[in-house]
Design a binder for this molecule. Structure first.
Ligand SMILES: Cc1cc2nc3c(=O)[nH]c(=O)nc-3n(C[C@H](O)[C@H](O)[C@H](O)COP(=O)(O)OP(=O)(O)OC[C@H]3O[C@@H](n4cnc5c(N)ncnc54)[C@H](O)[C@@H]3O)c2cc1C
Length: 434
């Protein structure tokens, strides 16, 4: 457990120089910050929200899939996080379900995850600061040399040697002038934005048996509820929480509304408004139509905010495509592997070569140096990103970016010019199977 002095020392103050700054504390940002700090870089993680974890914390008991691969440890930050969460006991962590779309996942209690991520950062040596939305980048001669944040009347500035954009929406890269793509190859089409919610009082075994044995029946009930005037989501999926009787209700966003941009405040407001009604109505539906296992359930609460699957992506030195995912293209600059399926929700679901290679060049913006992009804002086509977008994979991308940033700082070379074989060696030394 960290002392108050340690914690105080880890909260960053304005104008301090860092070797590596990571913008965004979701799975990718955590992977990046912990890995960079473990490699000896003086590292700062800047997070807009009052908590770390990104979607994993926002959405309540959301399983972090692909934290292991086929049951085997992934090494590096994944193993450190799993060990940390297991150390808190049975309420904090349990193994998740294994289906076509999900797998090798762990359900974490969102509040144990909160403390776990702070402690993971502290133990790695990283600094952090919440309530710090990145609002700008200092760029000199096409090189990022600092990151700006703005919260109410507090503008803060942090000079750095290398910055990593792990904001999901690519906020830092866009502010630095990197060319960006948005949505489905620039068509106004997006994966759904969803307000996830959690229920208690659930007979989870009965619910799972019902869903497995009567796959059509649940959908027919939701159709009937729609005809009866209830607000519904496009689809629902249930994940067993770490606490008895609790399930997290993942969903496909509000039924009847599509094309919402998760980076647009107006669209997000719509999801918050409609999602709140969907959560409340779901409890009424469960009780009125006697959905097996859910008859006695109650709403615990909705997630902290709407959760976003994809928005802006950088235009990088390489763009990962759906053909790379399906065919399993190998790259000499592989720095991570993505496992799972292609999951673009209603737009496309399909198989890919699980464990396909992710090249370092997909993190490097084509223009602008001193910057890497990790996680869902990396360089990919819409479906290239949707291929293996689970949190464990995003953490692997962040981890690789963090190691590369530390190598870049140590060698005094721009991220674009790092010795990728050195990055690969260090990742292997951390136990990563490339
Ligand atoms: C509804 C939903 C359900 C999902 N279900 C699953 C699932 O069951 N299992 C699974 O493994 N994956 C699931 N996913 C996919 C997975 O959650 C994402 O692919 C993953 O979280 C992306 O990681 P990331 O770190 O790139 O982005 P995010 O998790 O989005 O994290 C981005 C972080 O950056 C912060 N940020 C944003 N802007 C700024 C800024 N300007 N300055 C500072 N910080 C900023 C955010 O607050 C956040 O903490 C789901 C996604 C959604 C939306």
């Amino acid at each position: 457990m960290s002392s108050i002095e340690t914690v105080r020392g880890r909260v960053a103050r304005d104008r301090t120089h860092f070797d590596v700054i990571v913008a965004g504390g979701g799975p990718a940002g955590i992977g990046a910050a912990v890995a960079a700090a473990l490699q000896g870089a003086k590292t700062l993680l800047l997070e807009a929200r009052p908590y770390l974890g990104g979607v994993a914390s926002t959405a309540l008991w959301m399983p972090m899939n692909r934290m292991v691969t086929a049951g085997r440890p992934r090494g590096g930050v994944h193993d450190l996080l799993l060990a940390k969460m297991r150390s808190y006991g049975r309420d904090a962590c349990r193994e998740g379900k294994r289906t076509f779309a999900d797998g090798d996942g762990f359900d974490f209690h969102p509040d144990y995850l909160r403390i776990g991520l702070f402690e993971l950062l502290e133990e790695s040596g990283a600094h952090y600061r919440l309530y710090s939305p990145v609002s700008g980048a200092d760029v000199q001669g096409e090189v990022v040399v600092g990151v700006r944040t703005c919260w109410k009347d507090t503008d803060a500035w942090f000079p750095c040697s290398v910055a990593i954009d792990a904001t999901g929406d690519g906020d830092l890269a866009a502010a630095a002038g990197v060319e960006m793509k948005l949505g489905y190859e620039d068509a106004p089409q997006f994966m759904p934005v969803s307000l996830v919610f959690a229920l208690c009082g659930v007979d989870v075994d009965r619910l799972e048996t019902y869903r497995r044995e009567s796959p059509e029946a649940f959908g027919q009930t939701i159709e009937a509820a729609r005809r009866d005037g209830y607000a519904t989501a496009v689809w629902y999926a249930f994940d067993r929480g770490t606490v008895p009787g609790v399930v997290s209700v993942n969903n496909g966003g509000p039924y009847g509304v599509s094309g919402l941009n998760g980076a647009d405040p107006a669209d997000l407001t719509l999801v918050e408004r409609l999602g709140a009604r969907i959560a409340v109505d779901f409890v009424s539906i469960a009780r009125r139509y006697r959905i097996p296992g859910l008859e006695e359930s109650s709403l615990i609460r909705v997630g902290a905010a709407a959760s976003v699957r994809g928005t802006r992506r950088i235009v990088g030195e390489y763009e990962v495509t759906v053909d790379d995912a399906r065919g399993g293209t190998e790259f000499s600059d592989v720095i991570a592997r993505k496992y799972g399926v292609i999951d673009a929700n209603q737009i496309y679901m399909g198989e890919m070569k699980s464990g396909f290679a992710y090249p370092y060049r997909a993190m490097v913006p084509r223009r602008i140096d001193g910057l890497l992009a990790a996680g869902r804002c990396g360089s990919a086509t819409f479906l290239g990103h949707a291929a293996g977008k689970s949190m464990g994979n995003m953490m692997a991308l962040g981890q690789a970016a963090g190691v590369a940033a530390a190598v870049s700082v140590r060698a005094g070379t721009a991220p674009r010019c790092v010795d990728v074989s050195r990055v690969q060696t260090l990742l292997r030394e951390m136990g990563v199977d490339l």
